[in-house]
Write a protein that binds this ligand. Sequence first.
Ligand code: GLN
Length: 535
Amino acid sequence: MSSLGKGLTSASLGALLQARGFSVRLRKLDPYLNVDPGTMSPFEHGEVFVTDDGAETDLDLGHYERFTGVAAQSTDSVSSGRIYSTVLERERKGDYLGETIQVIPHVTNEIKKFLALHEDEVDFMLCEIGGTIGDIEGLPFFEAIRQFSQEKKTNSCIFVHLTLLPFLASSRELKTKPTQHSVKELRSIGISPDILVCRSEVPIPRKEKEKIALFCNVNEKNIIAANDLETIYEAPIAFFDEGLDDAVLQVLNLKSKKEPDLNIWNDVSSRYRSSEGSVKIAVVGKYTKLEDAYKSLSEALIHGGLANKTNVEVTWLESEEFEKSAQTKRLNKFDGILIPGGFGKRGTEGKIKVIKYAREKQIPFLGICLGMQLLVIEYARNCAGLKEASSEEFDEKSNSSEDHLIYHLSKWIKDQKVEIRSKVQNKGGTMRLGAYPAKIKKGTMAYSIYKKAIVSERHRHRFEVNVNYQKVLEDSGLTFSGFSQDGLLPEVVELSSHPFFLGVQFHPELKSKPFEPHPIFSNFIKTALEQTRLV
Ligand code: GLN
């Protein structure tokens, strides 16, 4: 079932196979009918993870990337909605030559095609199916993986099933029945799991493992415990100790390519364990009730902490609460303030007040995407005399896009090709999406963070800071330190008279990894930490 840790289990297994010298790719198959997660509410579905090639995908792809370092691609995620729409489009074009279109074989064949994409490029392809065994939407996926493994000539497919072992505190018992039933359900659709990963709050005694093995017909060595951990980044080591990767190789009759090298994970774990003190960061946003809505961001902040061997205490604050300026005083107990990406007008005036406070009180501030756009609006209004400054996203009254400080971008260049978008297109697919290179100006804070002149970062937005306002803003002290390669789209802004006041149009959190913290986050946390020491 969801929230059990399928994504983390897959990601950890990927990392362990890499540690043994194998190349891996991870994929997510989601049974829901949305065509992609781009337009799903972050409240319900958590963050939209954007890939380099511009796909809006499930947040599990973020876990995969953070654990394996392999950049996710648009072909690594698919939903029932996407599969059905491909099948229906092909039917409309007459590709099936009048056949009757059915779930089996047409939908299942399309799923199998997805599973096989680029399969020869890596040693291991790990495909995770979302949802719960027995869900109606999931059935075509299970049928497809069953057929897929059956059709393989060699013994090259295995099934790993993640189950829950509930612990009854009153009788101090682990219950194996739900696992037995789940396996039975899986069997009824023709799939016998080779390995069971059993999620449980407490260690699983040998006796219970024997019982599960016997009743579920799985080798006892292949019953792997997944216990609760202090940090998700200890999962690869915990699974290694439980023998998950070993079990996978044994079932497939494969030898490890090398002695397992867990150095990066041991380093992450020792950084975590030796972290001292903490920095307090306030994140002021709109979906703060559900942390998953900012999953990559909260992970990137943790990575910034790991880089500085300190703990990061994040407090999520609702931006609307700051609409009354007296409220901003609440912020003085924080060592750093961050405004993440977001959409729509609600809460933006509160965020602008927060930015003003961080600027005036010299509190380290990082603005990401919408956060950068609001930083520029705040500066324009309060320091450059542009009292009416706003964004076309919340204020459509002015006639022409060109007048807005933050304007709707309808034309840009990607891979030497001009991309054109109109405001009236369907929701989804109307944004500047994916990785774009940016030029970083020497001598700026951005340059001292990146230590290089060209960087590549991921985008997901419709609006841009209007370059025509660069001069007036620079004359009043704001520095434009990064631009798109054609020099037309501002990518980074900063204030040299402040310890850390940085806005980025892209999402650096999407590229941060525990073993390779993003330099913007390590520097943001470093400056915040220095503030705690000043007091
Ligand atoms: N709403 C803004 C835009 O579309 C910012 C988007 C974001 O923060 N990801 O440009």
